[in-house]
Design a protein around this ligand. Sequence first.
Ligand code: GTP
Ligand code: ZN
Length: 355
Amino acid sequence: MAPGYAAEAAVDALRRGRIVGVGGLAVLSAELADSVSLKALEVAGRAGLVITARRAAVLKLANQIGAAVGDAEPVWVERPTWLDLPGSRAVADPVLDLATPLKGPFTTRALGADAESARAAIVLAKHAALLPAVYAVPLRGVAAVVVTGLADVLGLPAAAADVRISSRARLPLALAEATEVVAFRPSDGGPEHLALVIGDPSRSGPVLVRLHSACLTGDVLGSLKCDCGPQLHAALAAIAANAGGGILLYLQQEGRGIGLLNKLRAYALQDQGFDTVDANTRLGFEPDERDFGLAAAMLTQLGVRSVSLMTNNPLKVDGLASHGLVVERIEHSMAPNPHNVAYLGTKRDRQGHLL
Ligand SMILES: Nc1nc2c(ncn2[C@@H]2O[C@H](COP(=O)(O)OP(=O)(O)OP(=O)(O)O)[C@@H](O)[C@H]2O)c(=O)[nH]1
Ligand SMILES: [Zn+2]
């Protein structure tokens, strides 16, 4: 199940703005490329830009190749000579749309034999928490710092959910004194996740569970833009008050899996008037990039088979159920504030939240 080392090394190199080989392509992160690295990539010819179908739809490019919105297939955008580095970056980064109005018209080309490589390149970029957009050329003759195979890259998401318990300790919390923290390490070398086991939950019946995805801005800084901080605290308090206790999973899935920086880009787009769903898709992401197989694996290792899940999000219920857990849902909604009332409305109206 664990991918080879090359895929993980490629994620790391991509995050450092280096050229990596993936399948038949040499690629470079669109947001990190500079004139030097782009020149090294273009040693034998002009690079194209590989973007997601989501971003292509925003740029009105998907139609050119008959791709549907949300189609898994990425789109290859040709890079004409007039499209300079800042202009190319603007193809990938919608935050710059106003500063660098798109010139267009752009043309796309069918991916053909490069389709799998392009798809893997997007997996790498997402795994690296970068914008899902890369410069790409045929790999032959290009000096890549690491070359990885397609199967390895496509195994990365599963490896992120392949976790092992690495430590356990008592962690008395202000809201839940009888807490034990159980730390999980994923086999892809990615961020660690925590389970807070509160009280002594019996595994013979449903365990009261909250899946909490990290939100630095809400959890730590007290941001009013979302409901994460209040939901976290209310969940801890409710589990502590429950006679049978329960478990809160603290999952390092910032920004619904797009990473902190990309979430802050989404916030910049929200400042421009886009809602939380459109902000994600303008960036080229799915509205929710999380994989709840990770949470299912953690619960299973804790001996949990059946859960009373505190959530309004049907994706969480389906995610755990699809991995064999028995799930009953318990509502977990907070009173809105003036800064998050529209956000909560979008989650209800466009993401199926049961509020
Ligand atoms: N991309 C993106 N992520 C956001 C935004 N606001 C909050 N988040 C993230 O959304 C996640 C919140 O997830 P959860 O607390 O698990 O809640 P949920 O999916 O809304 O479902 P509930 O269980 O009903 O609360 C965290 O990872 C936040 O960082 C936003 O505007 N854009
Ligand atoms: Zn939040």
